[in-house]
Design a protein around this ligand. Structure first.
Ligand SMILES: [Zn+2]
Length: 205
């Protein structure tokens, strides 16, 4: 068994909890919680939280000025792309549920100043593969804003009651802070700032 977050092999030592027919494991090395079985990706509407988009733009504006090129990776129906555009950013969105398959559909000719990923990383089987693609469309020094919920505050013994560990909303891997920061570093993104326990800013180096 390999951890989807840190890639450590922990055969025989991992703890497993069942949730709606999916076995979730807690990695003894990095503390991430994941299921190796592919979960459905799209049926995730309740957590879109469009109302939080102005706040997201405000956060981003401390790192990149208006006029900058911003990619919303996993943009759903594009509300944040629209809000960014209205605030003067050259925004672009891609989403697998809008017939865009990432990372292959990332625009090749554009180099972005910033990438936002809101509630995306927990849906991916390989964040590393995705970050490889993103790296190619990032300027050196580009800002990556990642918003998710993390395993650090999840009691694994009570996973059955945990809303966030849930195959029905497409959650494949809930990262620990340590695992996310480590993986991002491996792919060329240094932690710049922890905004709060759910939002991290990285820099492409
Ligand atoms: Zn791990």
């Amino acid at each position: 068994m390999k951890c989807l977050a840190c890639n450590v092999d922990f055969s025989g030592t991992g703890r497993r909890k069942l949730k709606k027919g999916f076995g979730y494991y807690k990695c003894p090395e990095c503390g991430s919680i994941f299921t190796p079985k592919a979960v459905p990706l799209f049926n995730d509407n309740p957590e879109e939280r469009v109302d939080a988009n102005p706040e997201r733009v405000k956060r981003l504006s401390k790192f990149v000025a208006g006029g900058s090129k911003v990619l919303d990776f996993g943009c759903r129906d594009g509300n944040l792309v629209k809000v960014l555009f209205e605030e003067g950013y050259l925004s672009h969105g891609v989403d697998i549920s809008n017939n865009n398959a990432y990372p292959s559909d990332l625009p090749k000719a554009v180099v972005f100043d910033a990438v936002v990923m809101v509630e995306v990383v927990e849906h991916l089987k390989s964040l590393g593969a995705v970050m490889n693609g993103i790296k190619k469309v990032c300027k050196k020094g580009a800002i990556i804003m990642i918003e998710s919920s993390f395993s650090d505050w999840i009691d694994f013994d009570k996973v059955k009651d945990e809303l966030y560990v849930n195959p029905e909303i497409g959650h494949q891997c809930i990262f620990s802070h340590t695992a996310l920061i480590g993986l991002m570093k491996d792919y060329g993104f240094d932690l710049l700032e922890e905004i709060n326990r759910n939002v991290f800013i990285f820099e492409s180096v």
